[in-house]
Write a protein that binds this ligand. Sequence first.
Ligand code: 5GP
Length: 195
Amino acid sequence: MDHINVKHWNKQLPPEPKIFVLVGPGGVGKGTVASRLIAADPTLWLSRSWTTRPQRTGEDADAYVFVNREQFSAHVDAGGFFEWAEFLGNCYGTPLPSPPEGHDVLLEIEVDGARQVVQKRADACVILLVPPSIEVQTSRLRARGDHEDHVAVRVAEGQSEISLAREFATVEVVNDELDTAVAQVAGIIDQHRRT
Ligand code: 5GP
């Protein structure tokens, strides 16, 4: 009798969402890869972060929840973030994830936040996206309109992000050709879901 009840209960429990983290330096194409993954996989849910960074020219108003420092701190104090970090003078945070039932969670975040996620969820799959070269990373940052004085800082920061992320990332993918990188990441997600 107990045995039957246990089986019945297990059937009622929705499986815990899997967590996939895309990490890698600015300009590596995390955002583009994330959008492509979401467009192709209706069971993957992209978390929308909060940031104190001002909205860039041409950037979608819903790329982030844009807030001021006070609003961000209040949300930290209220325990509203799954992880958060300061990156180049601005704060970024992932709200506690609430995906629709049957969806897995995709986060596109920097390395400190990714480490926090792994500390909370050791089963999270961390995919480190790296550029094929520093030259390519530099030109991608310029192309998306980052100020020239920020580009050099971001490239240097990116190199140290890569070293730090290698300490705990599950797998590394080179984003040279976009379609290939997206297919590789989708394959990794598929494989991780089967484990
Ligand atoms: P950007 O200012 O270029 O949009 O983002 C700067 C960095 O912050 C990127 O590496 C981006 O992935 C990361 N980031 C975006 N949202 C979050 C977040 O919620 N938490 C953390 N830790 N990093 C984030």
